[in-house]
Design a binder for this molecule. Structure first.
Ligand code: GRF
Length: 207
C-alpha cells in the first residue's frame, strides 16, 4: 500500500476526486494518510473530515511562497503519518505554494501536481485565461511530476477539451476541471500500481 498525502490550499475538488476514487476502489493500492493545508479553515480540510481522513494545517503565514524552512515542517508531518521519500506519494491539489528545491530533490518523482493547461503551454497562474486570451481552439489539463521549475516536470497524463466561441474563463475552467477529476485519480492509480516509469523527461505507462 502506497501511503499518500494531499497538499491543498483551498477548494479541494481534486482532493475529493482522489478520495472518491479510493472509496470506490478505483485506487486499491494507495491510501490517503493525511491532508495538509497551508491555510487554516480551507474547504479541503472539510472534505478530508467528510472522508474520515486526518487533516492538519501548517499555516504558512509569514513564510515566503517558496521556503525550505516551511517545507521542513511538511516533511516532518509527512514522516509522522508514515509518508517517506522511500515509499510515499505526495499530491499537490490546488496547493498554491512553490515547493523548495530541497523538498523536490528529496521526493524525486514522488510528488505530483495537476495544472489546468496542456503543458508546456500556459504554465503559471490563470492558465485557462491564458489559453482563452491566446485564442487556442483546444485546452486541457496535465498531471506531472513536480520539478524545481514550476509546471515543468515530466508529464504523466493529459486530457484535452475543445474551446467554444462562447466560452468564458468560468465555462472553460469547469470543462477542464471535469477532466482533472478524471485524470488525476488515474495517475495516482498508475503510480500506486507501479505502472509509471520515468526515463528522462518521458513517463512510460507500463501495461
Ligand atoms: C485546479 O484547477 C488545479 O488544476 C489548479 O488549481 C485548481 C485547484 O482546484 N492547480 P481544487 O482545489 O482541486 O478544487
Amino acid at each position: 500500500m502506497v501511503p499518500i498525502s494531499v497538499l491543498v490550499s483551498g477548494r479541494g475538488s481534486n482532493l475529493e476526486a482522489i478520495l472518491d476514487a479510493v472509496d470506490k476502489k478505483c485506487i486499491t493500492k494507495g491510501q490517503v494518510k493525511v491532508v495538509i493545508s497551508n491555510k487554516p479553515g480551507s474547504s479541503g480540510l472539510d472534505i478530508a473530515k467528510k472522508h474520515k481522513v486526518p487533516g492538519i494545517t501548517i499555516d504558512d503565514k509569514g513564510f515566503p511562497k517558496k521556503s525550505w524552512e516551511y517545507d521542513q515542517k511538511t516533511v516532518t508531518a509527512l514522516k509522522s503519518y508514515g509518508i517517506t521519500a522511500g515509499d510515499g506519494l505526495v499530491l499537490m491539489a490546488g496547493y498554491f505554494r512553490i515547493l523548495s528545491d530541497e523538498f523536490i530533490e528529496a521526493f524525486r518523482h514522488r510528488i505530483m501536481n495537476v495544472h489546468p493547461a496542456l503543458l508546456p503551454a500556459f504554465p503559471g497562474l490563470e492558465a485557462q485565461k491564458q489559453a482563452l486570451d491566446h485564442g487556442t481552439k483546444v485546452a486541457g489539463c496535465t498531471v506531472h511530476f513536480a520539478e524545481k521549475t514550476v509546471d515543468a516536470g515530466p508529464i504523466i497524463l493529459q486530457a484535452s477539451v475543445p474551446v467554444g466561441e462562447e466560452d468564458t474563463v468560468e465555462s472553460l475552467s469547469a470543462r477542464i476541471l471535469r477532466e482533472e477529476h478524471r485524470i488525476y485519480p488515474e495517475a495516482v492509480r498508475l503510480f500506486t500500481e507501479g505502472k509509471l516509469k520515468v526515463e528522462g523527461r518521458r513517463v512510460h505507462v507500463l501495461p
